[in-house]
Write a protein that binds this ligand. Structure first.
Ligand SMILES: NC(=O)c1ncn([C@@H]2O[C@H](COP(=O)(O)O)[C@@H](O)[C@H]2O)c1NC=O
Length: 510
């Protein structure tokens, strides 16, 4: 597939002029005729390079405030004609249409304008029409034309023309056409998603152009990729590349800690997406020590997150533990110095931005999409259903436990006391199993469950769980309620002086 073509003419119309200068100079050196639009033409002129205004080709001015400038048969004829087609060649001559061999476009920055919070009118004006049409036309006719559709490709294009003195193979023209359709489809996806903010259309369009190849997927024999903007959420200060499993744990950790964002110092340790330790204290150091006490065995190799700056005292404690990732809103300089002491330890500063409002996951031969679980149980939402009401300290613990429960794999039971996670049962097929796992674990790490509270992600279908919990010393329970047999659990609690509140909100996490 060699079919080489020598560049003799180029149409350049770019929003950002950054990085264009060396290309213009190289094209000029090779004697290429350059056509260009308003601002780009001025830029090229200012470089002292000869340039033909596109108006000279179209014999028409740029109109409607620039909405129409290259949209003309003489421009698109010059790009779309087939050079091996006698009819096309004759029409070019008949209508005095110049041949165009290269199209270089940088589109109006639609996504950036949306992200900047600009007005609707400003955003609409940043929907590029002429530029996207130039890209599509040039890419379609890659048999004769090369399309440079992004600033990201300038360096490669410059190398191609410099090395081969303007001669471009069909292979390269086709490759650049592929890049161009990537640019145009991504651009249109962004526009569609702007118009479909209320999800009125049951259509999912995701376009991620900065995919990252991961070392491997969940296991070494699986390929893995991450499609997303990691740098928007985090600044990575130190450590090895994040793996597929690290990313999943980081996601779980961030979502969990958002529940405690504005609270007193809180520290969480996660393993395989579930919290194995979490505590809230007056200082971060105490919070870390008590989070670790929740399960010092599971904490090995875990992901750590705090809602406050990591100070030196906390860092010195953390440094004794082998952990994969530490995430915090900031690190003091001394803390950073200590934590950098392990070469591979990943240190991430989390930025203050919102997480997406929807969750997406693969399902069968498609994807499932749902709203993010944005409900956090609050004291004012609790309905006391037992004769005795929980004390204020118990209410605080119930809310604390419920927040952890919401971010733990179902079925789950979370046991907590004095703002410390005592233990949880995670991802069990029965609620009783989850509770028994939690009680067993609490015993392993010597927690006294007398006076502790229990949170359940879903209702109790039978009174068995409250009975087992009461026998373990649990004093108060939080659950959504909604079982036809709720009364049996309520009766048991009343007979045994256990307080129970209902939230009306289920927190399944599958
Ligand atoms: N209206 C048109 O015919 C048209 N042709 C090219 N553009 C865009 O105009 C920009 C360049 O404009 P200028 O050279 O005037 O700075 C580029 O982002 C290009 O994609 C156009 N603008 C928007 O659609």
């Amino acid at each position: 597939m060699s079919n080489e073509k020598t560049i003799k003419s180029a149409l350049i119309s770019v929003f950002s002029k950054d990085g264009l200068e060396p290309i213009v100079k190289e094209l000029d050196k090779q004697g290429v005729t350059i056509y260009s639009t308003g601002g780009t033409e001025k830029f090229i002129n200012d470089l002292g390079v000869n340039v033909v205004p596109v108006e000279d080709v179209t014999s028409y001015p740029s109109i409607l405030g620039g909405r129409v400038k290259t949209l003309h048969p003489k421009v698109f004829g010059g790009i779309l004609n087939r050079q091996n087609h006698d009819g096309d060649v004759a029409e070019l001559a008949e209508y005095d249409i110049p041949q165009i061999d290269v199209v270089i476009v940088d589109l109006y920055p639609f996504e950036k304008t949306v992200a900047s919070g600009a007005s609707n009118q400003d955003i609409i004006e940043k929907i590029d029409i002429g530029g996207i049409s130039l890209i599509r036309a040039a890419a379609k006719n890659y048999a004769d034309v090369i399309c440079v559709s992004s600033v990201d490709d300038y360096a490669e294009f410059l190398e191609l023309i410099s090395e081969n003195n303007g001669v471009i193979s069909e292979e390269n023209r086709k490759r650049f056409a592929g890049k161009a359709f990537n640019v145009s489809s991504h651009y249109d996806t962004a526009i569609f998603n702007y118009f479909n903010t209320d999800h009125n259309e049951a259509v999912l369009k995701i376009s991620e152009t900065n995919g990252k190849v991961l070392r491997y997927g969940e296991n070494p024999h699986q390929k893995g990729f991450f499609f997303g903007n990691f740098d928007e959420l985090f600044t990575k200060l130190h450590g090895k590349e994040l793996s597929y499993n690290n990313l999943l744990d980081v996601d779980a950790a961030v979502n969990l800690m958002l529940e405690f964002k504005n609270d007193a110092p809180t520290f969480a340790i996660l393993k395989h997406n579930n919290a194995c330790g979490l505590a809230q204290r007056n200082t971060l150091h105490e919070a870390y020590v008590d989070a670790l006490a929740g399960d010092p065995v599971s904490a090995f190799g875990g992901v750590l997150i705090s809602n406050k700056e990591i100070d030196i005292a906390t860092a010195q404690e953390i440094h004794k533990l082998f952990c994969e990732v530490v995430i915090a809103p900031s690190f003091s300089a001394e803390a950073l110095e200590v934590l950098k002491g392990k070469k591979n330890r990943i240190l991430l500063v989390i930025h203050d931005i919102d997480m997406p409002k929807t969750n997406v996951r693969s399902c069968l031969n498609g994807v499932l999409v749902q709203d993010r679980n944005s409900i956090t149980d609050k004291a004012e939402d609790l309905k006391n259903v037992t004769n005795i009401a929980p004390t204020q300290a118990q209410i605080d613990d119930l809310i604390f436990a419920s927040k952890i429960c919401k971010h733990t794999k179902s079925n789950t039971i979370v046991l907590a006391k004095n703002k410390q996670l005592c233990a949880s049962g995670t991802g069990q097929t029965s609620r009783v199993d989850a509770l028994e796992q939690a009680i067993h674990k609490a015993g392993t790490f010597k927690f006294d469950l007398n006076g502790a509270v229990m949170a359940s992600d879903a209702f109790f279908p039978f009174p068995d769980c409250v009975e087992i919990a009461n026998n373990a010393g649990i004093a108060a329970v939080i659950q959504p309620g909604g079982s036809i047999k709720d009364q049996l659990s309520i009766d048991y609690c009343n007979d045994n002086d256990v307080a129970m509140v209902m939230t009306g909100t289920r927190h399944f996490k599958h």
